[in-house]
Design a protein around this ligand. Structure first.
Ligand code: NDP
Ligand code: 2IT
Length: 445
């Protein structure tokens, strides 16, 4: 890494102790940015990197609520408003017991560059809570969401900060959050949240958008090698919103998805995952993946273990950060992997990325490959602002155009900087330059 950037990196890491995931995300971006600073010394003079790594605002709050037994429960809520150079802060809320400041900051930092790559007018932010929705009743989830919004509402707004979903936050939670925001503010401000229900301001294709977009981006990568999803053998990790829709789109393009997972284990279904059954088990019944294997013949379920033991030509990690390490990457490469598209945020460790890149595997990093979700959130904001709603076909075409555009931006930036095919470099530089230019233009703030 460039010595000037090393010094800035060391200061950032020392200023933010104990935030391993944030450190990882920062280091990965810094490793790409040396050549940009050779061309643009003005970015260094204006301390763009130092400013980018310090969130504009960080909010941490108590979330008190009562469970179904009447016991008082206390969780911690977060919203990190990272960067508003390109638009209002935009990014999801994650409800998972592992959530702490380091995770919210890594996600918010990545979001800045991802959102820039979409070409839409959105800044970067992220939030969430260490609340665990698993095993909670709808009434408990509602009381938690109402309490969470009772603090959050004063910090957000359609021109300020626009949250959406992430792990543990889907249509049900966005509904409860929106209801409470409306009740407190007495305003039907549709553009304050995205991922809303279709009858009350949501956008068609938003539920599918992240998984669909990941597959569209990966298809563009495959095209550069003269191939496509048609006939590929695919493994997907996770079985939530992103994973299910990635499975659906990959199979629609002619691939066979032979495995997917949850945090308890994975299924292998050589005939190809039955998306209808998967949706029924995971979305409608909120069940476990094991139930899928019990309801379909020819399916094996492996408790624990790693889904990356299953050989594949295309891998789509769609669960969580650092779920794919160097050993798993080496195994996938030995088993004939051609391409990997990250549906999740930072699912591959730095060691895994190095293995993929050395092996010449097509590697689409999350901040590019999974940008379809937030891009379609921006389309939802557009529809809300014009009090309009678009057809599925029109919205999906917009999503496709955006993903093809992101692929082009990453590929052409990698070419421009003399590293063709390096999508990590292309995504980091492509996103960074856009934000840095806007920050320079807006002065020292
Ligand atoms: P969901 O909550 O719908 O699903 C998450 C899935 O990942 C579940 O199968 C879950 O298994 C599994 N999972 C979560 N945490 C862990 C863990 N610590 N270890 C093992 N498995 C885990 O979330 P999404 O599908 O929305 O999000 C998945 C990923 O995609 C995340 O990285 C998110 O940041 C990213 N993403 C999401 C976007 C969106 O629009 N929703 C947009 C862009 C990126 P289990 O049920 O057992 O917990
Ligand atoms: O990581 C992400 O991009 C998301 N969770 C989606 C954010 C959004 O605002 O739609």
């Amino acid at each position: 890494m460039d010595a000037r950037l090393e010094a800035i990196r060391d200061t950032v890491l020392a200023r933010n102790p104990g935030e391993a995931e944030f450190h990882q995300a920062v280091v990965e971006v810094f490793e790409s940015l040396g050549p940009v600073h050779d061309r643009h010394p003005e970015f260094l003079e204006a301390a763009i990197l130092e400013r980018l790594c310090e969130p504009e605002r960080q909010i941490i709050f108590r979330v008190p609520w009562t469970d179904d037994q009447g016991r008082v429960q206390i969780n911690r809520g977060f919203r990190v408003e990272f960067n508003s150079a390109l638009g209002p802060y935009k990014g999801g809320l994650r409800f998972h017991p592992s959530v702490y400041l380091g995770i919210v900051k890594f996600l918010g930092f990545e979001q800045i560059f991802k959102n820039a790559l979409t070409g839409m007018p959105i800044g970067g932010g992220k939030g969430g809570s260490d609340f665990d929705p698993r095993g909670r009743s709808d009434a408990e989830v509602m009381r938690f969401c109402q309490s969470f919004m009772t603090e959050l509402y004063r910090h957000i707004g359609e021109y300020t900060d626009v949250p959406a979903g992430d792990i543990g936050v889907g249509g049900r939670e966005i509904g409860y959050l929106f209801g409470q925001y409306k009740r407190i503010t007495n305003r039907y401000e549709s553009g304050v949240l995205t991922g809303k229900g279709i009858s009350w301001g949501g956008s068609l294709v938003r539920p599918e958008a992240t998984g669909f977009g990941t597959v569209i981006f990966t298809e563009e990568m495959l095209k550069t090698r003269g191939t496509s999803f048609d006939g590929q053998r695919v493994v997907v990790s996770g079985s939530g919103n992103v994973a299910i829709n990635a499975v659906a789109k990959a199979q629609a393009l002619g691939a066979t998805v032979v495995a997917c997972s949850d945090s308890s284990g994975y299924v292998v279904d050589e005939a190809g995952i039955d998306v209808g059954l998967l949706r029924q088990v995971k979305e409608t019944e909120r069940g476990r993946l094991k139930d899928y294997s019990l309801r379909r013949s020819g399916v094996s379920y492996v408790e624990g273990g790693s889904v990356w033991d299953v050989d594949a030509t295309v891998a789509l990690p769609c669960a969580t950060q650092n779920e794919l390490d160097g050993d798993a990457a080496a195994r996938l490469v030995r088993n004939g992997l051609l391409a990997i598209g990250e549906g999740a945020n930072m699912p591959s460790t730095r060691e895994a990325i190095a293995v993929f890149q050395e092996a010449g595997v097509l590697f689409g990093p999350g901040k590019a490959a999974n940008a379809g979700g937030v891009a379609t959130s921006a389309l939802e904001m557009q529809q809300n602002a014009s009090r309009d709603s678009w057809s599925f076909e029109h919205t999906e075409q917009r999503l496709t155009d955006i993903m093809v555009g992101i692929h082009h931006r990453c590929a052409s930036t990698a070419d421009e900087y003399g590293q063709p095919g390096n999508y990590v470099l292309g995504a980091n530089i492509g996103g960074f330059v856009k934000v840095a230019d806007a920050m320079l233009a807006q002065g020292l703030i």
